[in-house]
Write a protein that binds this ligand. Structure first.
Ligand SMILES: Cc1cc2nc3c(=O)[nH]c(=O)nc-3n(C[C@H](O)[C@H](O)[C@H](O)COP(=O)(O)OP(=O)(O)OC[C@H]3O[C@@H](n4cnc5c(N)ncnc54)[C@H](O)[C@@H]3O)c2cc1C
Length: 393
């Protein structure tokens, strides 16, 4: 069996690793000329890290990721503590894997290096996919035709293949714009405690800071809810002064961290509406192409990892078309649930001061009695291997 994967992001690379480990022949086609050396940060929760560990990747990921020992939610104006969740060693043994926080290029590099040589082909843009009863054919922008038994579209939120399969359901603006920066350790080591993730929650905005790149960089991400910006197109860089203005009046230690950012990446956050199907014969969708979601549960890439694991297990144990149908059946409800919960989390983070905010803070004050590992505990407890086991029972 040979599987062709379109897109070499977290989803495409992880799917290729998972399939290779199941003895399935795979090729990944990435339009970029090389792995991007620049980028921002992302957190990978224990639900995905367990699967990456199963694929043998945890030792390499630990060398570049940072495991937070705690997460603090604090108030936007005075930094007073709303919720302190201890993570670290105990959480790692409870969940069977840690949360690790990454500089995105580090994560991509570790995933790419885990693949056998010649699996990942750069500089190859796939224009469309054709299929018949016996296989799928990828057509590149250079008119090359590449045959495989099935094609996996892991081509991100603006997926061409999704458009080809489903029609014109474009990404939807989520009313949030995110500024992301990274600062070298030397500049901020006095300001930010090691292994602590801090979220400042406030009216229509939030800021978050955490260590990445083995503790050598501090990620500082700030999100602003503002529908008017939907007019704007995606812009790669913004003046670092722009988010500082947007956070005027916020807790001075957050602003102090923000002032060290020299390159601020600005992105409008788009999401995808849930589909009725991800699988169309011998072609299926994976990752953001299937279910791009808001970043407030830090689960977009984690869900691409869950997809990848299930896809490989299904293809290893069944014929192509049944396997791709089983894959969507096991995955769609979970991904949709996280799309919903990610959107809801934004509304909880962004409450302006008032009755609803006070009710939220009161809930946080007793939350650890029910959820000792914090608000994301139920998401992290879910193990896709249980879903696979019950699907095959
Ligand atoms: C602000 C923000 C913060 C986030 N934070 C987190 C977080 O903390 N944790 C988390 O789990 N998730 C997070 N996410 C979500 C996460 O970034 C995405 O869900 C994840 O990157 C999706 O991976 P993917 O492989 O599906 O798509 P992508 O990473 O977009 O990769 C798609 C790849 O396909 C390639 N491609 C596209 N079209 C073609 C084509 N036609 N031919 C060949 N190649 C093509 C692209 O060049 C790209 O390399 C965040 C998202 C945002 C916006």
């Amino acid at each position: 069996m040979k599987i062709a994967i379109i897109g070499g992001g977290v989803g495409g690379l992880t799917a290729a690793i998972a399939l290779t480990r199941r003895g399935i022949d795979v090729e990944v086609f990435e339009q970029a000329a090389a792995l991007e050396p620049v980028g921002a940060s992302l957190q990978i929760g224990p639900n995905a890290m367990r699967l990456l560990a199963d694929m043998g990747l945890l030792p390499a990921l630990r060398t570049v990721g940072v495991r937070p020992d705690a997460v603090d939610f604090v108030r936007w104006d005075d930094g007073s503590l709303l919720l302190h969740t201890a993570l670290g060693e105990e959480a790692e043994s409870y969940f069977g894997a840690p949360q690790l926080d990454f500089f995105r290029p580090d994560l991509h590099r570790v995933l790419a290096e885990a693949l056998p040589p010649d699996v990942l082909r750069f500089d190859t843009r796939i224009e469309r996919v054709e299929q018949d009863d016996s296989g799928a054919t990828l057509i590149t922008s250079g008119r090359e035709r590449i045959s495989a038994d099935a094609a996996v579209a892991a081509d991100g939120i603006n997926s061409r293949i999704r458009r080809q399969l489903v029609g014109g359901d474009d990404p939807v603006f989520s009313n949030t714009v995110v500024y992301r920066g990274v600062v070298p350790r030397a500049a901020v080591k006095r300001l930010h405690p090691d292994r602590l993730n801090i979220y400042w929650l406030g009216p229509y905005r939030h800021g978050v800071a955490y260590w990445i790149a083995g503790g050598n960089l501090l990620a500082i991400n700030c999100a602003v809810q503002d529908a008017e910006w939907s007019q704007e197109s995606w812009t790669l860089e913004a003046s670092p002064a722009e988010p500082i203005e947007a956070f005027a009046g916020w807790h001075p230690p957050l602003l102090e961290r923000m002032r060290h950012v020299t390159t601020s990446l600005r992105g409008a956050v788009f999401v995808r509406r849930p589909l009725e199907h991800w699988t169309f014969g011998r072609v299926t969708l994976l990752g953001d192409a299937a279910h791009a979601m808001e970043p407030f549960q830090a689960q977009g890439a984690a869900q691409a990892v869950e997809d990848s694991y299930v896809l490989a297990e299904c293809l290893a144990s069944s014929d192509v078309e049944s396997a791709l149908r089983a894959y969507e059946q096991i995955r769609m409800a979970r991904a949709e649930e996280l799309q919903d919960s990610s959107a809801t989390a934004a509304n909880v983070f962004y409450l302006p001061d008032g009755a609803e905010q006070r009710a939220r803070d009161a809930r946080y004050a007793t939350l650890l009695e029910d959820l000792p590992w914090g608000t994301r505990q139920p998401i992290w407890e879910y193990d896709v291997r249980d879903a696979l086991a019950s699907a095959s029972a």
